[in-house]
Design a protein around this ligand. Structure first.
Ligand code: UDP
Length: 472
């Protein structure tokens, strides 16, 4: 008798997190045909086209349900997108619990895998008597920090950003306080308290699934695996999970790819800041000048500036981003650069042979997409844990260059021009390209049948299968 192993996934309404956990789900059912996945999605507002497209691409063995949208009308109009997500999560918890209970009653679940931003789901596993895992769509370095954060909180009394020495996180390269994630930049803030509370709940997990591969963060993953006396759950490095195809926006995508077809191999710098990231107006201006002065070919996904540095609803397209460019920029760079408003098919662009560099905000999906295509990086972190990712890429793996920021928080045009030329045509760029090529090969190997990530995921899937056989 064929027994199906049923896993529930609990996502969060953040595009990049959703994309990552769905790629994990696809990989799981692809490798293990007797596994069925149901994805439970809390929402606020109706999902945008890009999100819908993610679900349209799912195989039949992955079911999904959108929970009734959470009402956020009582929040001030200009509430930060990250807070909207946090509030949606906490208000959706009873709905998630009911959905899990119903699923468990109708077809016995073996495990719940919930996103790392929704650790409140972890105790539900105990209540329903099923295993409960966290899917962590970022680095082992961030995970190590999360699991070590209460220790840091106890041993350091000042603001981390004021420390004269870098912080030492187990298994990681030293990191300056200013490069730690946003919630750690203000210890009196609500976000800091929530960060610590969420991190404590990681200890309730039966395991933590990290979207990275062992070889990329070997020291950190080993350190985590050796720290069982601190009660750290088993850590499974099972990535990199990246989409093979982007969500297509239509004619502008075709235009991009046709334009790239006409460019020389490895000659174009791709510039993009993730699914919602954007720059201040002054910074857009400096970046435009830096690109122009560098005389390198570029493809830039441009968005209008906004006060949060992030656009929550990318589909709304309320403003024309071209209005924020320096006068005459488009005319002067015609033929040399292509500026695409709001969104582009990133994965197809990175896979195109004409791309020779990626000026990237160091979001984890974008970073892994660059790695699997062997594209060297300019690390331009904006928010969340991106500065930490930039440190890993620049100081540890040495596959990126990071421009200096002036005392007003701006990267100036001369600095941008220098760093672009260095990456695209300089000697340092050559060495970075070589290291990225090696990392790409290792990433590809990790996903082969006998690769480290496949072997690790298979061990986990077999454990789940044995439990469902025991249930049968
Ligand atoms: N992305 C895309 N087109 C764009 C911008 C982003 O396809 O114009 C995709 C990108 O390929 C990646 C995701 O959106 O998979 C962004 O995720 P990441 O973790 O890099 O950044 P975040 O959105 O969390 O800031």
């Amino acid at each position: 008798m064929e027994v199906t192993t049923h896993i529930a996934i609990v996502s969060v309404p953040v595009y990049s997190h959703l994309r990552s956990i769905l790629e994990f789900s696809k990989r799981l059912v692809h490798l293990h045909h007797d596994t069925r996945v149901t994805c439970i999605n809390p929402t606020f507002g109706s999902p945008c086209n890009n999100t819908k497209a993610l679900f349209d691409s799912l195989p039949l063995t992955i079911n999904h349900m959108f929970l009734p949208p959470i009402n956020l009308e009582d929040l001030p109009h200009d509430t930060h997108p990250a807070i909207q997500v946090q509030i949606t999560i906490s208000r959706a918890l009873p709905l998630i619990y009911d959905a899990l209970k119903a699923l468990h009653a109708s077809s016995r679940l073996v495990a719940i895998v919930s996103d790392g931003l929704i650790t409140q789901v972890l105790p539900f596993g105990k209540e329903l008597n099923v295993l409960s895992y966290t899917y962590f769509p970022s680095t082992a370095m961030l995970l190590s920090l999360c699991l070590y954060s209460s220790m840091l909180d106890k041993t350091i009394s000042c603001e981390y950003r004021d420390l004269s020495e870098p912080v030492q996180i187990p298994g990681c390269i030293p990191i300056h306080g200013t490069d730690l994630p946003d919630p750690l930049q203000d210890r009196s803030g609500v976000a800091y308290k929530q960060f610590l509370e969420g991190n404590e709940r990681f200890y309730l997990a039966d395991g933590i699934l990290v979207n990275n591969f062992f070889e990329m963060e070997e020291r950190t993953i080993r350190a985590l695996q050796q720290e069982e006396e601190r009660g750290i759950p088993c850590v499974y490095a099972i990535g990199p999970f990246v989409q093979e195809e982007s969500c297509k926006e239509g004619s502008s995508d075709i235009e991009c790819l046709r334009w790239l077809d006409k460019q020389q191999h490895s000659s174009v710098l791709y510039v993009s800041f993730g699914s919602g990231g954007t720059l201040y107006h002054e910074q857009i201006n400096e970046l435009a000048w830096g690109l122009e002065l560098s005389c390198q070919k570029f493809l830039w996904v441009l968005r209008p500036p906004n006060k949060f540095g992030i656009i929550a609803d990318i589909g709304a397209k309320n403003e024309d981003p071209f209005e924020f460019l320096p006068n005459g920029f488009l005319k002067r760079t015609e033929g040399h650069g292509l500026v695409v408003p709001y969104w582009a098919s990133q994965v197809e662009i990175l896979a195109h042979g004409a791309i020779g560099g990626f000026l990237c905000h160091c979001g984890w999906n974008s970073t892994l997409e660059a790695v699997v295509h062997g594209i060297p990086l300019i690390a331009w972190p904006l928010f969340a844990e991106q500065k930490m990712n930039a440190v890993l890429l620049t100081n540890d793996l040495r596959v990126a260059l990071r421009p200096n920021v002036n005392e007003n928080g701006i990267v100036e045009r001369e600095e941008i021009c220098g760093v672009i030329r260095n990456l695209m045509v300089g000697e340092e760029g050559k060495r970075i390209r070589q290291r990225m090529k090696i990392l790409k090969d290792v990433a590809v190997d990790a996903l082969k049948d006998d690769g480290s990530s496949t072997v690790t995921l298979t061990q986990l899937a077999l454990k789940w299968k044995s439990l469902s056989l025991g249930d049968a």
